[in-house]
Design a binder for this molecule. Structure first.
Ligand SMILES: [Zn+2]
Length: 390
């Protein structure tokens, strides 16, 4: 039996609408996954994530952050990440590879893995495919990501090829370690599920920066190892946006059709819609939560900076087309007042609205694919954003 089932129910061009069944419930795709870095989607309670307003079916946890603090012993003794944080829906954990890569000069990469200094206490740490798989088994997430290495967005061919080949070797080691841990029952999140194995699922990651020949080779090698789903990593890391879409254009249609396709760490609402048009099913990004905390609202008419004086007496909601509980109750003037006063509720309200906007956008995307109206949805969505965006 498989750890996840993926079924495509409608297709419009390259865009796909489907259902991903995990051991913790069904997820309609294309899906946006809010990022819960340290065991919390910052600024929002789990009740709100589950509410009809948002109805997030899957969220992310970060292996790197949770491994350093509180550490896997604490999470293991709590019975896994789901129990520790009080979330019973699906969880995906990243491998920690990207976070460590982001440390830049503070880390040292060898064939064996990556050595770096903890940002928590300065101690020397070592992350490898085997350690990442062990941590993710202890977390008990429903979808585990293979441990990869990311080349800089503008890396040359030679550097990218070296990095991609290392990723392939790490991917193979990830799979071997993952299989061993599953057979040893190391997965703390295991549960009985009808029709599913109850085990964790493992996704492989395609690298290769902007070089299409390397991307294709990376995809072939990753598919050969064999995974429950496939991700495109190493995008939105400093390359031009047109380069990102060239890569997705080329890689997504070549990815296995019967497996979910996940674009990691991307992006704005318009990026999501454009990537869906190219065949992507899953997304995660910190934008709605991070930008919410710094006073930015994503709306159907573009971004809105709540700090601007023009909203001082504006009685309209953040987004007049949004039906979220924040937009039903509060004005721009009030949210601006909270923000300018340094009130924590400002970030909470903006985060809620932003997540509602991202999740609602994906709901619209799914409906339009199912009804065969996706090109119209895409055109109108993008047209509105351009009309009034800041
Ligand atoms: Zn709203």
């Amino acid at each position: 039996m498989k750890p996840v089932h993926f079924h495509i129910e409608a297709q419009d061009g390259e865009a796909r609408a489907g259902v991903l069944t995990t051991r913790r419930g069904q997820i309609e795709t294309p899906v946006f996954m809010p990022v819960g870095t340290a065991g919390t989607v910052k600024g929002i309670r789990f009740e709100e994530l589950e509410s009809a307003d948002l109805d997030a079916r899957i969220i992310l946890g970060n292996t790197y952050h949770l491994w350093l603090r509180p550490g896997i012993d604490v999470i293991r003794s709590a019975g896994g990440l789901h129990r520790f944080i009080g979330w019973d829906r699906a969880l995906l954990t990243d491998s920690g590879g990207f976070q460590v890569w982001s440390l830049g000069a503070l880390r040292k990469i060898t064939e064996e893995g990556t050595e770096f200094r903890s940002h928590v206490d300065g101690s020397l740490k070592f992350l490898s495919p085997e350690v990442s798989m062990e941590v993710q088994a202890a977390l008990g997430s429903d979808i585990v990501m293979a441990f990869d290495e990311c080349a800089p967005g503008k890396a040359g061919h030679e550097e990218t090829e070296r990095s991609m080949n290392l990723t392939t070797r790490w991917t193979k080691r990830s799979k071997d370690a993952f299989d061993r841990l599953q057979s040893e029952d190391a997965d703390t999140g295991r549960r009985e599920v009808e029709g599913l194995s109850g085990r964790q699922a493992l996704f492989g990651i395609v690298q290769g920066a902007s070089h299409l020949d390397l991307r294709r080779r990376s995809l072939e090698q990753t598919v050969e190892i064999g995974f429950d789903g496939y991700a495109i990593g190493g995008l939105s890391v400093g390359e031009e946006k047109s380069v990102m879409f060239d890569v997705i254009d080329d890689v997504a249609p070549r990815m296995p059709k019967d497996k979910p396709r996940y674009l990691m760490g991307v992006g704005t609402p318009e990026d999501l819609v454009e990537a869906v048009a190219r065949g992507i099913d899953m997304f995660d990004c910190v934008l709605p939560t991070r930008n919410g905390r710094t006073g930015q609202a994503f709306t159907s008419r573009g971004k809105l900076n709540i700090k601007n004086a023009q909203w001082t007496n504006d009685s309209r909601p953040l987004d007049e087309s949004c039906r979220c509980s924040v937009c039903r109750r509060h004005s721009r003037a009030y949210v601006r007042h909270l923000y300018m006063s340094g009130e924590m509720l400002a970030g909470i309200l903006l985060t809620h609205h932003n997540l509602a906007f991202f999740l609602d956008t994906m709901r619209g995307v799914r409906q339009s694919i199912r009804s065969g109206d996706f090109p119209k949805f895409r055109r109108e969505f993008t047209g509105r954003l351009d009309a009034n965006g800041e």
